[in-house]
Write a protein that binds this ligand. Structure first.
Ligand code: UD1
Ligand code: MG
Length: 451
């Protein structure tokens, strides 16, 4: 049986290039903190334990690692020093130790597994994920001779021939657990940067007669995020991946490049997404639902056959049931639209529960906020809310009730009642012509006195 892996996630390095009060690994990508993407990939290996290495006073980062343990690297003395800081938390573990970076969010579980399995198969003391870099200059180079990984040379320490090598170190390494303490303990800092390099474990293990191997992966997975520009590049790459997965699962996207997903967006087969739609966190869309162009949708389940948009905004805490229609310029916030209910144009429905098959007219507002507290609007089944009505919450409109257009409803409306909450119309016969004459004369007089 293959021994289970322990994972060390390095997240203690300086991140000044982000120019941010937020620690680098907590910057969001597809709605999740960068670190969470790394942890999700790592978790798929079902590791025996995960140890986060964080900087001093990085409480938010420690919280993002929870329930996994974190250890503090007191000074950023290099990747080797950071990995060594985790040793105390690896006591009793003799399976492989996988070291990954917290700022390399595109790494997949499949690639990590490939490395761990190759190390197991080849009985390697050290394994490295390498890649052919378009621009090798920022990376450590993998020096392979006669098919054997001999050492890793950092750019700053490389000689002219080593600089020509384009097979680069991704940073992901796998150490044999029983050797981890001795390999890490033997790292020195006599190099161009005066740092303890994790990469030195390759030459150290070779000198001790052990085997070191390199496994090739795809450069796209090893993108490290050090700046806002790199964050945007990672976001774009992740979006491509999420869209491709959705389409493979049967989702139609008319212009995929304009659809922005969250890492947890769940779209069923035969959902159609029109151009320019953004999904925030916690969205589930069931089959045959259609999201028309220019919608912003978060925190909602949208049921089978529902139609949303164009230009709709759905905010968290909402539930849109089967065959509901939400039309243009309709905003929902923490609102339940039950089966077949419709709000086709220009409405704000906040903290509301809209009964099945009810019709919400254009311009309806659920007046849910009095400046201090939020209040609920509850509408029964098959109710009809006439256009341009304000429903001043807390308020209830019963099943089958009809609210006349232009009403301001401040009292509950019982089932099947007709409620009119507006001034009574006054009609004065033949009065339009004298009014026109009066207004015309007034305008002429104003023009004369201006001259
Ligand atoms: C490292 C590798 C290099 C590789 C490159 C891939 C070494 C010596 N070099 O270089 O071969 O090609 O990554 O991107 O390992 N960290 C700590 N504590 C420290 C230093 C770093 O936690 O004291 C963490 C950082 O937060 C980061 C990671 O380790 O997540 C890598 O550190 P970084 O300084 O970016 O290493 P590079 O010089 O890029
Ligand atoms: Mg780096």
């Amino acid at each position: 049986m293959k021994p289970s892996v322990a994972v060390v996630v390095l997240a203690a390095g300086a991140s000044t290039r982000m120019k941010s009060a937020l620690p680098k690994v907590l910057h969001p990508l597809a709605g999740w903190p960068m670190l969470r993407h790394v942890l999700e990939s790592v978790m798929r290996l079902k590791p025996a334990r995960i140890v986060g290495v964080i900087a001093e006073d990085a409480k938010e980062v420690a919280a993002a690692f929870a329930p996994h343990v974190t250890v503090v690297q007191h000074q950023p003395l290099g990747t080797g020093d950071a990995a060594k800081a985790a040793l105390g938390s690896l006591k009793g573990h003799d399976g492989p130790v996988l070291v990954v970076y917290g700022d390399t969010p595109l790494i997949t579980a499949a690639t990590l597994r490939k490395l761990v399995e190759a190390c197991h198969r080849d009985k390697a003391a050290v394994g490295v994920l390498g890649f052919k870099a378009r621009d090798p200059s920022p990376y450590g180079r993998l020096v392979v001779r006669n098919g054997v990984l001999e050492k890793i040379v950092e750019s700053k320490d490389a000689d002219a021939s080593e600089k020509k090598v384009d097979f680069c170190n991704s940073g992901v390494m796998c150490l044999q657990g029983t050797l981890a303490a001795s390999l890490l303990g033997a790292i020195g800092n006599g190099n161009a940067k005066g740092e303890f390099y994790l990469t030195d474990t390759v030459a150290i293990s070779r000198a001790a007669g052990h085997r070191a191997i390199a496994v090739e992966g795809d450069e796209a997975e090893f993108l490290g995020v050090n700046s806002r520009a790199e964050l945007a590049i990672a976001e774009r790459a992740l979006q491509r991946r999420l869209r491709a997965a959705a389409m493979t699962a049967g989702v139609t996207m008319i212009d995929p490049e304009t659809v922005w997903l969250s890492a947890d967006t769940r779209l069923s087969a035969d959902v159609t997404i029109e151009p320019n739609v953004r999904f925030g966190l916690s969205v589930t869309i069931e089959s045959n639902a259609e999201i028309k162009a220019f919608c912003d949708i978060a925190g909602v389940r949208i049921g089978r056959g529902a139609r949303v948009g164009p230009f709709a905004r759905i905010r968290p805490g909402s539930d849109v049931a089967e065959n509901v229609h939400i039309g243009n310029f309709v905003e929902l916030k923490a609102t339940k639209m039950r089966r077949g209910a419709k709000a086709n144009h220009l409405a704000y429905l906040g903290d509301s529960d809209i009964g099945a098959a009810s019709n919400i007219g254009a311009g309806t507002i659920a007046v849910n906020y009095d400046g201090y507290g939020k209040h609920r609007t509850v509408i029964g089944e098959e109710a009809f809310i006439g256009s341009n009505s304000s429903l001043v919450a807390p308020v209830r409109v019963g099943k089958g009730a009809n609210v006349a257009a232009g009403s301001v409803i401040t009292e509950d409306v019982p089932p099947n009642a007709l409620a009119l909450g507006r001034a009574k119309q006054v009609t004065k016969k033949g009065r339009a012509e004298p009014l026109r004459a009066k207004l015309k004369a007034r305008a002429a007089e104003a023009k004369r006195t201006r001259k």
